[in-house]
Design a protein around this ligand. Structure first.
Ligand SMILES: N#Cc1c(NC(=O)c2cc(S(=O)(=O)N3CCOCC3)c(Cl)cc2Cl)sc2c1CCN(Cc1ccc(O)cc1)C2
Length: 440
C-alpha cells in the first residue's frame, strides 16, 4: 500500500512520538507474523493469542513498525484499539485512492458471485477482489489495504455473523454498486429469523452511493431505504431473470431477459446461472460488451471449498471450514459452531486437525485450543494429526478421541454419525479433512 508512516500515524491518531520514523514508506500490513516481510507494518490482533505476543517475531521477520495498544520497546504507533485503527486506515486509503467498490453479500453464493463479477470486470479494468474468506471486520480492511496500486475496480465480499456487521462494512467501503445474492434460512446464522437476516443483509445500503441489486423475495421490501435505486432479480417479470436454462454435467447455458446472447458457465446449478446473470448485469453496467462478458464467464475460476454447510449421506449437517488454519480461526469457528442451536435429538461433533507452520510454540498453541471448546455444547471431539496429540494428552477426562490415520478417523466417524448430528471440520488444508467430508 502506498502510505508513509507519517500519513498512517496522522490518520490513526497515534499518541506517541513517531517522528523519527516519519518519512519511511511501509510495504504492507499483516496481522499474521508469519507473513511479515522486510518493510512491513505489524498489526497485533486479539487472536486466539494476544497479538502483542508476536511483535518480537514480526520484527525478526522484517517489520519496521507495529501498531500497539501499549508502550513497547520496538518502533510502534500507540493507539487505543489496533483493530479500529486498521479499519480507519482502510477507509482512508479507499477515499485517497478513490477506487470504486462493488459490494456483494448474501447467505449463499456471495463468494461465487464475487468471483464472477471480478472475472467479468477484469476484461476491461484492473480488478482486485476479496481473497478466501476475508469478508469480515478484519478481512475486508485487509483486502482494501492489500489491493495493488493500479487497481481500478475493487470487488468486496461482505460477510455477516451478527446484526449490524454489514452496515459497518458498507459504511467503511462506501460501495457504488451493491448486490444481495440470497436471503438464506435462519438456523445456520446467529440472526434468529429470516426477517433479521434480510434486515442484516440490507445493511449493505448503509454506505451505498448507487444501485442495489437484490432478490425478488418480498422479505427485504420493509428495509429498502427511501429513493434507493434498486433492480430485483429471480422471478419471471422482475427486472432481471433467466428465460432459458440448459444444464450439462460440467457446464450450463442460459438466456436472460436483458441480454441478446446466451451465456455458458463451466459449472452446473441454476443458482450459479443466477450468480452469473448478476455478474453479466454488472458487466453491462460498467460498459463491457456481451462478447467480453461471455468470454469471462466461460472461463471463470471459482474460489473452492467455501465455508458452507453440506449434508452427509445419512442427513447430518457438515460444516467444513478449510480457510485460515490458524489458532484464531480455530477459536472463531468453534465459537460460531457452538452458538448455533443443535438439531432436535442431535449432537454437536467437532473434528479438529493440525494447524501447520505455527513455529516453535505450535505445541502450546494446539493445547490452547482446549480453551475454545465448550463441552456443555460439544458432545464429542475427534482429533487428528501429530500436533493435535498435544491437545489429546490434556483432554483425557473429556469425550475426545485421537487419530493419526485418516481412514480410521473416517471409519470411526461414519459409524458414529447420526442423522440429526452437526459436525464441524477444521484444520490445515493438507490434513485432507475435505476427503473425510466427501466420504460421509
Ligand atoms: N492467535 C493467533 C495467530 C494468528 N491469528 C491470525 O492470523 C488471525 C486470523 C484471523 S482469521 O479468522 O483467520 N481471519 C482472517 C481474515 O479474515 C477472515 C478471518 C483473525 Cl480474524 C485474526 C487473526 Cl489475529 S496467525 C498466527 C498465530 C499464532 C502463531 N503465529 C505463528 C507463530 C508461531 C510461533 C511463534 O513463536 C511466532 C509466530 C501465527
Amino acid at each position: 500500500m502506498k502510505l508513509t508512516i507519517h500519513e498512517i500515524a496522522q490518520v490513526v491518531g497515534a499518541k506517541n512520538d513517531w517522528s523519527q520514523l516519519a518519512d519511511l514508506s511501509v510495504n504492507k500490513i499483516e496481522f499474521d507474523s508469519r507473513l511479515i516481510e522486510k518493510g512491513d507494518i505489524f498489526l497485533p490482533l486479539k487472536g486466539a493469542r494476544y497479538g502483542h505476543d508476536f511483535i518480537e517475531i514480526a520484527f525478526d521477520n522484517g517489520a519496521i513498525i507495529s501498531f500497539s495498544e501499549k508502550e513497547v520497546e520496538q518502533a510502534h504507533l500507540l493507539v487505543d484499539d489496533n483493530l479500529a485503527a486498521f479499519q480507519t486506515l482502510a477507509k482512508y486509503y479507499l477515499e485517497k485512492t478513490k477506487v470504486p467498490v462493488i459490494a456483494v453479500t448474501g447467505s449463499n453464493g456471495k463468494t461465487t458471485t464475487k468471483d464472477m463479477i471480478a472475472a467479468v470486470l477484469s476484461k476491461k479494468y484492473k480488478t482486485y477482489k476479496t481473497q478466501g474468506n476475508h469478508n469480515n471486520e478484519i478481512g475486508l480492511p485487509y483486502t482494501i489495504l492489500h489491493m495493488p496500486e493500479d487497481t481500478e475496480k475493487l470487488v468486496l465480499e461482505m460477510g455477516m455473523d451478527h446484526p449490524g456487521d454489514i452496515d459497518f462494512l458498507s459504511q467503511l467501503a462506501q460501495p457504488e454498486l451493491a448486490l444481495i445474492t440470497l436471503i438464506g434460512e435462519a438456523h445456520l446464522e446467529f440472526m434468529g429469523s429470516r426477517e433479521n437476516i434480510a434486515k442484516g443483509k440490507m445493511g449493505i445500503t448503509a454506505g451505498l452511493h448507487g444501485e442495489l441489486i437484490a432478490p425478488a423475495d418480498p422479505i427485504i421490501n420493509a428495509f429498502i431505504p427511501e429513493n434507493q435505486k434498486i433492480s430485483r432479480f429471480g422471478l419471471p417479470g422482475e427486472d432481471l431473470f433467466i428465460t432459458k436454462l440448459i444444464e450439462h454435467k460440467e457446464r450450463l447455458t442460459f438466456e436472460t431477459n436483458f441480454l441478446d446472447e446466451s451465456i455458458t458457465i463451466p459449472v452446473p446449478g441454476k443458482y450459479n446461472a443466477t450468480n452469473a446473470m448478476l455478474a453479466a448485469y454488472v458487466g453491462l453496467h460498467y460498459g463491457l460488451t456481451e462478447a467480453e462478458i461471455n468470454k469471462a464467464l466461460k472461463e471463470v475460476e471459482l474460489t473452492r471449498n467455501r465455508t458452507e454447510w453440506k449434508k452427509s449421506k445419512n442427513g447430518a449437517d457438515l460444516l467444513s471450514d478449510v480457510y485460515n488454519a490458524n489458532p484464531t480461526a480455530m477459536r472463531l469457528i468453534l465459537e460460531t459452531f457452538q452458538a448455533i442451536p443443535k438439531n432436535e435429538n442431535g449432537r454437536k461433533i467437532a473434528v479438529l486437525a493440525d494447524m501447520l507452520e505455527l513455529g516453535p510454540t505450535a505445541a502450546q498453541l494446539h493445547k490452547e485450543v482446549l480453551k475454545s471448546i465448550d463441552f456443555t455444547k460439544i458432545d464429542k471431539v475427534y482429533l487428528y494429526g501429530e500436533m493435535m496429540k498435544n491437545l489429546a494428552d490434556i483432554s483425557t477426562d473429556k469425550p475426545v478421541s485421537y487419530f493419526t490415520d485418516l481412514d480410521l478417523l473416517t471409519e470411526s466417524l461414519s459409524a458414529d454419525l447420526k442423522p440429526a448430528d452437526q459436525v464441524l471440520f477444521k484444520g490445515s488444508n493438507i490434513m485432507k479433512l475435505s476427503e473425510v467430508v466427501e466420504k460421509l
